[in-house]
Design a binder for this molecule. Sequence first.
Ligand code: ADP
Length: 279
Amino acid sequence: VLSVSARPVDTSGGLRGAVAVFHDITDRKRVETELRGFAGVVAHDLKAPLTLVSAYGELVTEALDDLAAGAGAPTLEQARKGTAKVLHGAARMQRLITELLDYTAARDATLRVERLSMRALVDDVVVTRTDAPDHQAVSRPDVFVGPLPDVYADPVLLRQVIDNLVGNAIKYTPPGQPPRIDITARTDEDGGVRVRIADRGIGIPDGEHAAVFDSFHRASNGTAHPGTGLGLAICRRIVERHGGHIDAGPNPGGGTIFAFTLPGSVAYGPEPVEAPVLD
Ligand code: ADP
């Protein structure tokens, strides 16, 4: 954006050059987009469950008042339904608040990079995910994990990346077919590692793959599933803070492939380090 322009002239009024000041507003634009997205999410994803929680909270209070006054009692079925709605609403709000906090933490948390076993990390995520049956996945995911090298990364943050990607692979596979996830990796000549997480789910429409990493962005075919559009933005922040990059593309067999790279030890040195906070 051109904010100032000047036409310096000499004493006789002759033009002697031009001065123009340009500002890069990419960052400001990004913050504005984030704030708009945040306002939308608060308005929609927090307000709706909060209204539900308040309404059912009031109903339960009224029912208890009636009970105390001896004026009939709610049936067990009604009471169960009411508390289930309250818990469901609270869980939705909790999920969103956790993701918003993760999103800021992914940018601000001190990065503690160490050499770690990618294999152990992936196994742990897969076991945690497959033991907790996802309400949308009718059958347990069928996960293939290839040989995985050690990587240099922050264990807490990298776990979050893998957890988000595996979680999405399960979430975006239609019920009725067992989610199939292939996790493989290869090491570059410079010791960097590229990890691929492929699924056979609903896929992402052509032309929309890059945008899914923007905060609050959801693909046009994915909105039937609950979500905030923050998970992949968190992944991108984390991977980029490690000096790597993440992208997505169609899986030729149907579904989506997510791939991210992590630099090798040269970027950090073999000892644990606290990497600086990057913008
Ligand atoms: P959320 O799942 O909460 O919406 P994400 O940031 O994790 O947020 O994902 C952004 C969007 O990318 C999702 O809304 C969905 O449309 C799409 N997406 C992510 N992962 C997959 C996947 N494995 N298969 C198909 N679509 C996906």
